[in-house]
Design a protein around this ligand. Structure first.
Ligand code: HEM
Length: 159
């Protein structure tokens, strides 16, 4: 799953940007930004799991699915926004490492699918939806997609 070598120029440009250099040359910026990436992951993970567990017939079963999704939506949007912005800063600081990192490409392939599934499929299916085989499939697919993104993200640092 490696990209064409011809893309390396773009990644070298990313790593040489002012922001990439600033984060890379600072002792504190990378760990602080990665900590923010992790805290936002907790917020995003919580907003996703509250609805997905309910879809599986678990968790807050006394609440209607559409109500739950409406309540967590600001946290979901905030979590995604902070993940994307802190992620781009982490990426710029080590773009060439990411270019040769399979976990990074697994994450970049899965992330758009997870975001599209959440906003274009799952959240649009919740009105009037009760626990059923259909709701369980929606919940299971969502958890599988976001778990893959998070696990691949974690593995970037190990590989
Ligand atoms: C909502 C989406 C995202 C999720 C759930 C996610 C998840 C994660 C996780 C769990 C880690 C490991 C943090 C740690 O344990 O220290 C991580 C690290 C990282 N993520 Fe993300 N991430 C997301 C978006 C992004 C984006 C959009 C990019 C880049 C364009 C990105 C680039 C990185 C990089 C470069 C690392 C650091 C790897 C290292 O330790 O060297 N992430 N991400």
């Amino acid at each position: 799953m490696m990209p064409p070598e011809s893309w390396i120029g773009f990644f070298e440009w990313c790593e040489a940007t002012y922001l990439g250099t600033l984060v890379r040359d600072s002792v504190w910026l990378f760990p602080i930004i990665e900590a923010a990436h992790l805290v936002a992951l907790c917020v995003l993970g919580g907003a996703i799991l509250v609805v997905d567990l309910r879809l599986l017939g678990l968790g807050l079963t006394g609440q209607r699915l559409s109500d739950l999704a409406r309540h967590v939506r600001p946290w979901l949007l905030g979590g995604v926004a902070v993940m994307l912005s802190t992620g781009v800063l982490l990426f710029l600081s080590e773009a060439i490492k990411c270019f040769y990192n399979t976990s990074f490409w697994v994450k970049m392939m899965t992330l758009p699918a997870a975001i599209a599934f959440t906003f274009a499929v799952k959240n649009r299916s919740l009105d009037g939806l009760e626990t059923s085989a259909r709701s369980r499939v929606l919940g299971a697919v969502s958890i599988a997609l976001w778990f893959t993104v998070a696990a691949a993200g974690r593995w970037i640092g190990y590989s």
